[in-house]
Design a binder for this molecule. Structure first.
Ligand code: THU
Length: 136
């Protein structure tokens, strides 16, 4: 599914708006994310770090899990905002792939300027997806 420029801007603004909530006492690298569902809702997320470092959770996954926990599984696009327009990590790419390879991914910097517009399949070619599991 495509999105127009206004929807892109709305999604990026949603990711930017929550970024200040990021809990980043260790990395000082706040990430904001926002995901648009096919039903037109937007769920946002920020990264939440932990003194037990591996239990840190990324912003993208927070946004996706918030959406899924409210019954949403069909996504149009996800925006990710960081100061330097950093790319989503491998774990987040895998979780995005679970819900669709065609989801649009917008990567923007701290001013909301899009540096890359791609899809989940563009970020994770050859992804292992639910289709790869033998039917039970
Ligand atoms: N982080 C995200 O929130 N999303 C990503 O895709 C990459 C990394 C977070 C995790 C950690 O809190 C900080 O950025 C530095 O790795």
């Amino acid at each position: 599914m495509q999105i127009n420029e206004e929807q892109k801007e709305t999604l990026i603004q949603a990711a930017m708006a929550v970024r200040h909530w990021a809990y980043v006492p260790y990395s000082h690298y706040p990430v904001g994310a926002a995901i648009l569902t096919t039903s037109g809702k937007i769920y946002d997320g920020i990264n939440v770090e932990s003194a037990a470092f591996p239990t840190t959770m990324c912003a993208e996954r927070v946004a996706i899990y918030k959406a899924v926990s409210e019954g949403e599984r069909d996504f149009v696009a996800i925006a990710v905002v960081t100061d330097n327009a950093g790319s989503p990590c491998g774990g987040c790419r895998q979780v995005m792939a679970e819900f669709g390879l065609e989801t649009i991914v917008l990567i923007a910097d701290g001013e909301g300027k899009i540096s890359q517009e791609t899809t989940v399949s563009g970020l994770l070619p050859g992804a292992f997806t639910p289709k790869d599991l033998p039917s039970l």
